[in-house]
Design a protein around this ligand. Structure first.
Ligand code: UDX
Length: 434
């Protein structure tokens, strides 16, 4: 039988809200605390400040076990376990900024009743040991500490939480590991227990290896372009080898989001800080930085320059199924296009209005067709299903010049050629329509 716990979640972002909603779904009482009044107001009024499939329904279904507050003291007072789910953005040196974690820890003065503090935020190895020491100094020696990194991908976060490949728990005290494992009773996946430092490293290593697979596929794609091979055939057949697997081998304009870019830089910085140059990871990052720039260069060559050209950018989010544009390749693409004198017309079904550079210098349109109307070229940046299903015949007629750069290899080259497009993609030969 589930031992019902009272859990305080610090941070109402993607991870905190998904963790809170899922723990409530498992039967626990959850209070989510954030410092942003607006977020808490939205949540208290039954809304969800971010888009994540299934999250709104899950929060609504568990409303009697979920509360939201701005008050850290209240959240701690009413709980047995505190989960730290705040963000850890990069500092100028590439290290993770842990100030938000320390802020949470500093609110734990009236916390001697707690059973455990758990850090879910992605942190450098050794952070847990430092938090443990800070808790000891604050007289919380008897309160347990655990690392419980998240492996959820945006757009599938609820599913990933409830049906994970693994739940990783790092704790030095087996009783605390048992407590946090029991909190996950009902989750459909194996629990793996280890020491705190190893748990912190699992997260960074897993993301770095996933990013490596993608950058590897992108390098193979570049060689395919130069040699006439078709990268889609290549990665499909390579991925059928059970030792390699088909996942994270999709070539494109590069990985983005809140995790891969930040975590790969943080792991590299962590290695550099200890005097080790993680060359493989540096190359993985460099390949990714090049992907959108190579796309622009190829388009520039095709159009004979970008000055006074109009380019439609389809998809701003870093991947489909999310409204998140953090470190999305679209940002580099738009900036490069503008820098070379192009006019940029954008479409995305979920991304909110964006007021930071480069977006105010671009225009936003309600439909892909509207964005493409009069354009000299279109770049597919995010593989939204709406783009696969778009009326490309109509688009060809509406564009000033029927040219597609498919940055996600979403469309069929032959079909696009038959519609009269010049169709460029990643790691496949360019098709020139009649
Ligand atoms: C990732 C990890 O998957 C997750 O385990 C971790 O907790 C957080 O980081 P997320 O950033 O949500 O999750 O997105 P993911 O679906 O992994 O995609 C990351 C980026 O890689 C996207 O920009 C996506 O377009 C790109 N990608 C992914 C590729 O270019 N090719 C692929 O084959 C897979």
């Amino acid at each position: 039988m589930l031992e019902k716990r009272r859990v305080a979640i610090f941070g109402a972002g993607y991870i905190g809200l998904v963790t809170g909603a899922c723990l409530a779904q498992l039967g626990h009482d959850v209070v989510v605390r954030d410092i942003q009044q607006e977020r808490i107001d939205i949540l208290r009024n039954g809304g969800v400040p971010i888009y994540e499939p299934g999250l709104e329904e899950l929060i609504a279904a568990n409303a009697d076990r979920l509360t939201f507050t701005l008050d850290a003291g209240e959240a701690v007072r009413d709980s047995d376990i505190v989960y730290v789910c705040v963000d850890t953005p990069p500092t100028p040196s590439g290290d993770a900024d842990l100030s938000r974690i320390w802020q949470v820890i500093s609110t734990l003065h009236d916390a001697s009743h707690l059973a455990a503090v758990v850090v879910k935020s992605t942190v450098p190895v050794g952070t847990g040991a430092r938090v443990r020491a800070a808790m000891d100094r604050a007289g919380l020696q008897h309160v347990g500490y655990a690392s419980n990194p998240e492996f959820t991908a945006e757009g599938a976060a609820v599913r990933d939480f409830l049906h994970p490949d693994r739940v990783v728990i790092g704790a030095d005290d087996p009783e605390i590991a048992k407590l946090i494992a029991a909190l996950h009773d009902g989750v459909d996946g194996p629990v793996v227990e280890m020491d705190i430092a190893s748990a912190e490293m699992v997260k960074l290593a897993a993301n770095a290896l996933l990013a490596t697979k993608i950058s590897f596929a992108n390098e193979i794609a570049t060689i395919c372009e130069a040699t006439g091979a078709d990268v889609e055939h290549v990665v499909h057949a390579v991925g059928l080898d059970h030792r390699l697997g088909p996942h994270y081998m999709k070539p494109g304009v590069g990985w983005g989001g809140s995790c891969f870019p930040k975590d790969s830089r943080a792991l590299r910085a962590m290695a550099s800080n200890s005097g080790y140059s993680f060359q493989l990871l540096s190359s993985v990052i460099e390949v990714n930085d090049l992907q959108p720039r190579r796309a622009i260069q190829r388009l520039k060559d095709e159009l004979g320059g970008l000055a006074d050209r109009t380019i439609a950018l389809l998809g701003l989010a870093f991947k489909p199924g999310t409204d998140d544009v953090r470190e999305a390749p679209s940002t580099i693409l738009a900036s490069r296009l503008l820098a070379d004198g192009a006019t940029v017309r954008c479409w995305d079904p979920l991304a909110p209005p964006l007021d930071t550079a480069p977006w105010p210098s671009t225009t936003r349109h309600d439909t892909p067709l509207e964005a493409m109307t009069g354009a000299d070229a279109v770049i597919i940046v995010t593989e939204w299903p709406q783009l696969r299903d778009a009326d490309w015949d109509q688009a060809a007629a509406a564009m000033a010049r029927p040219l597609i750069f498919d940055g996600r290899n979403l469309l069929d080259p032959k079909q696009m050629g038959a519609l009269g497009f010049t169709y460029m993609s990643v790691g496949r030969s360019t098709v020139r329509g009649a």
